[in-house]
Design a protein around this ligand. Structure first.
Ligand SMILES: O=c1ccn([C@@H]2O[C@H](COP(=O)(O)OP(=O)(O)O[C@H]3O[C@H](CO)[C@@H](O)[C@H](O)[C@H]3O)[C@@H](O)[C@H]2O)c(=O)[nH]1
Ligand SMILES: [Mn+2]
Length: 443
């Protein structure tokens, strides 16, 4: 249900509905996720007008109904009942692992779910692109339009590398280009949701400001986490990153992308600022996104062999070769001349989850450490390539991240050595004599 809430929170943005499209990438390739999104599409027809009419601030249904100080409007109980029955249906299906026939109400739905044949596994399956809501055709319960909602499960094959999240993001970039090709893209993780319906307008204030540097490529919002342990013993809030490092980088060429909460000009993924023409803001794809040719093209670009012998990942899209595609890609984008801006409004734009138990924390730390070291020792290491292509200071900022894992060595020594020295009555620091005052101050 988490990702359903993520999608609903951004579908309900205060933004012209005909310009808004939500693309969901399901790397697990599960028909249960598609089913959850069929339910979400039905619920959106009630949820979007409810939010619009009542100017709801919390547009993530779970946060809205679960708030300790919930706002109440005449329809609140009715919408809450609908949300709860959707939740129960989705959770029942997940518990059972199969979708009972009573839950399928539309003809197209069983057809879409029939794509999960016997040989369909998360590691080996054809691409699935399913349009769940189409702007201009589907309407909410008040007759008002709805944003496009598209489910994508890219093709997977055991003999083609999938490149983790970067691979998924590149498929999203291409499928959205064939269907709607909007000039601005927001990346959002499935464990985050929008906490402020005005966020796109905030980002556009920067992206469309004519006084801004034309090389401005993206606006990054911080990740703010909710539901963290009271004392945050694992440091999951990452305050040093979002309150110190990123504002600091903002004074240079701009912050790194944080994987989620970044509004990008689509053109940054097609080359350096001088190579890519300004986006035509009125650019629209004229065909229906459900038309046979558009769907055929969307399936084609979601194929796992599509990128072979193309510039994808080398010159285009998110870059492969590391588990931390966000730091790597943004370092290379800045190397191409793109700039970024940090936007940290008082009301967090996005709220997300961070590990709250040792197992998840170690898992994430391991993944980040390996990913960052992959960048640190790559051909495009910020310490060699970054300092030359961006600037000395920006390169060092990226290097600070990429060598992050190595900090574990001095920190561990510092955690144990003084105590061991005390227990053994050994002295580890030199005795201070008057001539060593500056050194003593340093210690
Ligand atoms: O093979 C993969 C792996 C992950 N994801 C998605 O990537 C997102 C982030 O994954 P998560 O498990 O939440 O990882 P975190 O460690 O919490 O992610 C942080 O670190 C990642 C690597 O730097 C960034 O991409 C994320 O945005 C950032 O929140 C989720 O939406 C996943 O669905 C994929 O689509 N395919
Ligand atoms: Mn996460």
């Amino acid at each position: 249900m988490g990702v359903v809430n993520t999608a609903l929170s951004v579908m309900a943005y205060d933004y012209p509905i005909e310009k808004l499209s939500v693309y969901l990438s399901d790397d697990g390739g599960s028909k249960l996720t598609l089913f959850a999104f069929m339910e979400a599409a039905r619920f959106a027809a009630h949820w979007l007008p409810y939010c619009r009419k009542n100017k709801v601030v919390e547009r993530c249904p779970k946060a809205h109904f679960g708030s300790s100080n919930p706002s109440r409007f005449p329809e609140t109980d009715q919408i809450k009942t609908m949300y709860e029955s959707m939740r129960v249906r989705v959770e029942n299906v997940i518990k059972r692992g199969s979708i009972s026939h009573d839950y399928i109400t539309k003809q197209g739905e069983s057809e879409a779910l029939s794509r999960w044949t016997d040989g369909f596994t998360p590691q080996n399956h054809p691409p699935v692109v399913q349009v769940l809501l189409e702007n201009g055709k589907d309407k909410d319960v008040t007759g008002h339009g709805v944003p496009n909602l598209v489910y994508i499960s890219r093709e997977k094959s055991t003999d083609s590398p999938h490149h983790f999240k970067a691979g998924a993001l590149n498929v999203l970039l291409r499928v959205s280009a064939t269907m709607t090709n909007a000039p601005v893209i927001l990346t959002l993780d499935s464990d985050m949701y929008s906490n402020d319906p005005q966020t796109p307008l905030r980002a556009l204030c920067y992206l469309l400001d004519p006084s801004m540097d034309p090389k401005l490529g993206y606006v990054q919002f911080p990740q703010v986490f909710h539901g963290i342990n009271k004392n945050d013993i694992y440091g999951g809030e990452l305050r040093h990153v979002f309150e110190v490092h990123l504002p600091g980088m903002d004074g240079l060429a701009g912050p790194t992308h944080a994987g989620s909460g970044g509004f990008f000009w689509r053109r940054v993924f097609y080359g350096c600022p001088s190579e890519t023409p300004e986006m035509n803001l009125d650019q629209r794809v004229s065909h229906s996104i459900k038309s046979r040719e558009v769907l055929a093209m969307a399936h084609h670009v979601a194929g796992c062999k599509y990128e072979n012998q193309t510039k994808w990942s080398r010159k285009m899209g998110f870059r492969y070769g590391t588990l931390v595609e966000d730091v790597y890609t943004s370092c290379l984008l800045q190397g191409e001349g793109w700039k970024s801006i940090y936007c940290n409004p008082k009301r967090p734009a996005f709220l997300g989850k961070s590990p709250i138990n040792l197992h998840d924390f170690l898992n994430q730390t391991m993944r980040w450490s390996v990913g960052l070291l992959e960048v640190a020792f790559s051909r495009y290491s910020p310490i060699t390539f970054g300092v030359r292509s961006i600037s000395l200071l920006s390169g060092l900022c990226f290097a600070h991240y990429t060598f992050w894992a190595i900090w574990a060595i001095p920190v561990t020594i510092y955690a144990f050595l003084p105590q061991l020295a005390l227990l053994n009555s050994a002295s580890i620091f030199p005795k201070v004599c008057p001539s060593m005052h500056p050194l003593a101050l340093y210690y």
